[in-house]
Design a binder for this molecule. Structure first.
Ligand code: NDP
Ligand code: PYR
Ligand code: MG
Length: 439
């Protein structure tokens, strides 16, 4: 089900204003007085106030609502190491999603750096500009060291979306599949294709949710990660070394309950899917093309629960349903980090929302008659505005409960205000987009 042609996608990016984002002023600057306050000499008052009390930077500048989407283009979607220039459309796209789904402003920062040290130093130097750092499409294993060091050294949230956004959303899906299949999480036999940023982080998060690490078989480009293997290994892969050297993907898939694809397209065959346990779960999440196409998996296993990273099939399991709302909650309580408690809270909130009745507007947006909790609807649709209203307060609450919030909020008025804020922001975006379309 292709919704557009390649030419249409290129025209979407090229036509009208180039790219997908614009920076707009939010204060008047029409008169001599406005100008003298926006810039010299009035701006000096704000400078002096911040110099005297650095915390007031959150009052006098946009820092508290500004996130850097930082990438070096080394693992862009499933396209691989295409570099920072070719990765920029994705990073602008992440900026669009932050704004539309959570009213967060973004600068996309596309770095011509490969070494972890260079990326770490650059991001550290940028810290005063931003309220949060979203690392994106930086390949493993470098991404692990980069994120760990930045988390230790910065006191604003640092979040590698491909790791944790993916883990949280697929974790929410996993929790709901347990309910639908009646299986117990500790008994699940899990096969993971991909031992990079997303594969490793998902495995770790699933273990936090209750999966037995001994029941995970993980594959990378060289085959199974097993205890005797020495080549192409790293400490992150070693945590999940299981099975025997002779085991290939076909053997691993025999009787598996869950397949998680975070690798490359077309790695999973219909025969492998056919050999899975009853009511199997297949999250084939490589983008833009999954490890097996949705129709191919359903054709051999109509009893499967299938999710992909794409929006054109049921169950879009994609970090888009996470990073905007998670940062919203974290920024609003001025959290110093995004910790495990906040991630689990986000996953559980998303899982619970899938069981609520779906508003008519969502049915219209997706052109369907019905969306109801079940095998074809295990997580909310990314376009559903309730995702923000459920996830962000859950994250804010978890930040407050776990002691990383510097500015606690009262959750009831906070949640009501979120709805208003989202409506106003979307109305402004509609006006801007329409103004360009009219030109
Ligand atoms: N739906 C979603 O929300 C998300 C989807 N993804 C998708 O997941 C995929 C991986 O992304 P990410 O983890 O960031 O990238 P990384 O570059 O960090 O990791 C890629 C992993 O895939 C492995 N791999 C490559 N070829 C094969 C193969 N033939 N068989 C098995 N494994 C293979 C690599 O193996 P090796 O270690 O040997 O190099 C590596 O472990 C991409 O397609 C991306 O689009 C990522 C994030 C979110
Ligand atoms: C969705 C996403 O972040 C990726 O595929 O890399
Ligand atoms: Mg990504």
């Amino acid at each position: 089900m292709t919704l557009f042609t390649p030419e249409e996608a290129l025209a979407y990016h090229r036509n009208g204003k180039r790219g997908k984002l614009e920076v707009f002023p939010v204060k008047p600057c029409a008169t001599q007085k406005d100008l003298s306050m926006a810039y010299s000499p009035g701006v000096a008052e704000a400078c002096r106030a911040i110099a005297a009390d650095p915390d007031t930077v959150f009052d006098y500048t946009g820092r508290g609502n500004l996130v850097a989407v930082v990438s070096n283009g080394s693992a862009v979607l499933g396209l691989g190491n295409i570099g920072p220039l070719a990765g920029k459309p994705v990073m602008e796209g992440k900026g669009v999603l932050f704004k539309i789904f959570a009213d967060i402003d973004v600068y996309d920062i596309n770095l011509n750096c490969t070494s972890p040290q260079a990326i770490i130093e650059t991001v550290k130097a940028m810290e005063p500009t931003f309220g949060g750092i979203n690392l994106e499409d930086i390949k493993a294993p470098e991404c692990f060291e980069i994120e760990k060091t930045l988390k230790q050294e910065l006191d604003i949230p640092v979040f590698h979306d491909d790791q944790h956004g993916t883990a949280i959303i697929s974790g929410a899906g996993l929790l709901n599949t347990l309910e639908l299949t009646g299986k117990r999480i500790e008994n699940l036999r899990v096969v993971i294709s991909g031992a990079g940023a997303a594969g490793i982080a998902c495995a770790q998060f699933y273990v936090t949710l209750g999966v037995d690490p001994a029941n995970i078989l993980m594959f990378d480009s060289r085959g199974l990660i097993h205890p005797q293997r020495t080549s192409g290994m790293n400490p992150y892969k070693e945590q999940f070394a299981n099975g025997t050297p002779d085991m290939d993907l076909t053997a691993a898939m025999q009787g598996a309950d869950l397949f998680l694809g975070l690798s490359q397209k077309d790695l999973l065959s219909q025969d492998m899917v056919a050999a899975m346990a009853d009511k199997p779960v297949i999250f084939a999440m490589a983008n833009p093309d999954p490890e097996i196409p949705y129709p191919s998996a359903k054709a051999v296993r109509p009893d499967c629960i299938m999710g992909t990273g794409r929006s054109d099939f049921p169950n879009q399991v994609n970090n888009v349903s996470g990073f905007p709302s998670i940062f919203r909650g974290a920024l609003d309580v001025r959290a110093t980090s995004i910790n495990e408690e906040m991630k689990v809270a986000a996953a559980r909130a998303l899982a619970e929302l899938a069981k609520e009745p779906v508003p008519e507007a969502m049915l219209e947006a997706y052109g369907v008659d019905k969306l109801e909790f079940g095998p074809d609807y295990i997580i909310p649709k990314p376009l559903d505005p309730r995702v923000l209203l459920w996830e962000a307060p859950a994250v804010a609450r978890a930040a407050m409960d776990s002691g990383v919030a510097r500015q606690p909020v009262d959750l009831e008025p906070y949640t009501q205000n979120l709805q208003r804020r989202l409506d106003q922001s979307r109305a402004r975006i509609t006006d801007i987009v329409e103004s360009y379309a009219a030109k």
